[in-house]
Design a protein around this ligand. Structure first.
Ligand SMILES: O=P(O)(O)OC[C@H]1O[C@H](OP(=O)(O)OP(=O)(O)O)[C@H](O)[C@@H]1O
Ligand SMILES: O=C(O)c1cc(=O)[nH]c(=O)[nH]1
Length: 215
């Protein structure tokens, strides 16, 4: 990971208040995970300069890590816009996974043109449980095409999710991550020592927090 890109991206997210921190109430992500943090990367779309930086850096990441890519695929919903912007920059074909239901509902299909010879890079805005990207990868693989990996803006680096992506042979590269986010949030004085501990405990125990550590 490019350290300057990682901290600059986090600064952009913090400046536009895309990251929210709260234990009271906490953020219910889904039936399994409640968290003291929520990141809304969709907000970056409203800021042309930030959108441009993210697009440029994602395109650079794909160029460096997946030079053999032949198709760029958007993961619904927020990844689709960035996938379109990145494919335009790289002058590569663009496809997207259409989600009839959200990723818990699991009815998905691909939109666009794909052959079994294609080598696909998925673009997601954010990796939390990884469900959006892993479902998109499964949909692409079902066609016989190869999934080279995922490029995303941000990852929570949840240990179970990192392991699951490795098991599925999905290489993940992100512009920034939870480690850089916490570092910058401390520097921004958004997080004091107590909250920093809460964020650390949650990260180690995302499915049992807040019972064990919450307020
Ligand atoms: O790693 P995951 O658990 O899949 O979570 C990450 C996804 O969650 C959000 O999308 P969400 O599904 O909430 O809604 P969206 O349709 O607005 O992208 C976010 O935009 C990511 O795409
Ligand atoms: O779990 C999610 O779906 C999720 C978490 C988060 O921080 N941000 C987001 O957009 N989705």
């Amino acid at each position: 990971m490019n350290d300057k890109v990682a901290s600059d991206t986090v600064k952009d997210l913090l400046n536009i208040r895309a990251v929210q921190l709260s234990t009271n109430p906490p953020f219910v992500w889904n039936e399994e995970i409640t968290a003291p943090i929520y990141t809304d990367n969709r907000l970056t779309m409203a800021y042309p300069r930030i959108r441009e930086r993210i697009t440029k850096n994602l395109a650079q990441l794909v160029r460096e890590q997946f030079p053999e890519a032949t198709v760029i695929c958007g993961v619904p919903t927020a990844g689709i816009a960035y996938a379109a912007l990145v494919s335009d920059r790289l002058e590569l074909p663009f496809i997207y996974v259409h989600a009839d239901l959200n990723h818990h509902g699991l009815i998905r299909e691909l939109e666009g043109k794909l052959t079994a010879e294609d080598k696909v890079v998925l673009i997601d805005d954010l990796i939390a449980s990884g469900a959006g990207s892993t479902n998109a990868a499964a949909a692409v693989r079902e066609t016989g095409a190869t999934v080279l990996g995922i490029a995303a803006i941000f990852s929570y680096q949840l240990p179970d999710v990192v392991r699951q992506l490795e098991r599925l042979q999905l290489k993940l590269f992100t512009l920034t991550d939870y480690t850089h986010l916490i570092e910058e949030a401390v520097l921004f004085r958004l997080v004091d020592e107590d909250f920093n501990l809460t964020l650390k405990y949650w990260h180690e125990n995302p499915t049992t927090w807040p019972e064990k550590f919450g307020e």
